[in-house]
Design a protein around this ligand. Sequence first.
Ligand code: BYC
Length: 332
Amino acid sequence: MYSTDLRTDKEKKSADQQVLDDAQLWDAFQARIDNGEVIEAKDAMPEKYRQTLIRQISQHAHSEIVGQLPEGNWVTRAPTLKRKLILLAKIQDEAGHGLYLYSAAETLGRSRDDMVADLLSGKAKYSTIFNYPAPTWADIGTIGWLVDGAAIVNQIPLCRCSYGPYARAMVRVCKEESFHQRQGYEIVTKLAQGTAEQKALAQDSLNRFWWPSLMMFGPSDSASTHSSQNMKWNIKRHSNDELRQRFIDATVPQAEFLGLTVPDADLKWNEERGSYDHGEIDWNEFWAVIKDGGICGKDRIRARRAAAKDGVWVRAAGEAYAEKQRAKEQAA
Ligand code: BYC
């Protein structure tokens, strides 16, 4: 498959030799991070840094790709031609995000084929949010508003992540997510300001997507295994709970503006903190969706396996064409 790892075999070998494992070299790497330097693909890095980036970036890429599925179901049922075009453009953007992210992960030495194989075998994680069903048109609005909204809050700090290829990919992704969030909020606005039935549809969708959207930020800080090291390495700039709180504070007024009710009886403005207090997230549900795939996990993997199988001829044709071009260039 196409690779963006541009290093020669010799360079890869020498990078392998540079894998930092003794304390002194770790300190030197940490000093670069503390100094705000950007780490590039050919730089020496601790093996754990490389592995945690491959883990996070590939999970992120899988989320973008699997995230197309609930929305894809609505392309043929979008209420107007304009809505259909906007939705198609958004879904196409998500494919592009997956591509940038797989490419960024490949610079760390893992092939896209291997990463995709992990997704298809069920080994790799992707965001729990995409294992929830989207049975109504209002859900397409809510996904843009809440899911892309949460993604922006989580991903803006990643534009300053210490790993250059990931940070640069995030800049473009965030710009596009911003359009996605607005188109989603616009759909929900139309419904909330429409008939009583339309407003009820919007409210029902908010009820179902609110808590799963909060789970997108990951487990609470006390249960997060990677946060502390990843913050030391400037991969993460803020903790899961900090970003979740930021999302709640930005989103509750948006729901209020639409006359919708956030489904949290404990939600209350805290004057002293200048922030909302909120109810307890059901972490049992979160871990169960990670473990068993929730309502849609099996369908999502089945759909990705079918796409991989149906796309074999496309990839073969692409490779044959590239080979033909190479032969032509060599002959010229
Ligand atoms: N779902 O130590 P923690 C989009 C896992 S796509 C599933 O806090 P970390 C869109 C975590 O992987 C947006 N698993 O981890 C697309 C770890 O397990 P492993 C996707 C989760 O990495 C299409 C364990 O729990 N965004 O917007 O420090 C259409 C412990 O967690 C989840 C990204 O991927 C979860 N929600 O922090 C529309 C952002 N949360 O790997 C929209 C990039 C946690 O040890 N990723 N886990 O087995 C990140 O920022 C971080 O990886 C996270 C987790 C904040 C998600």
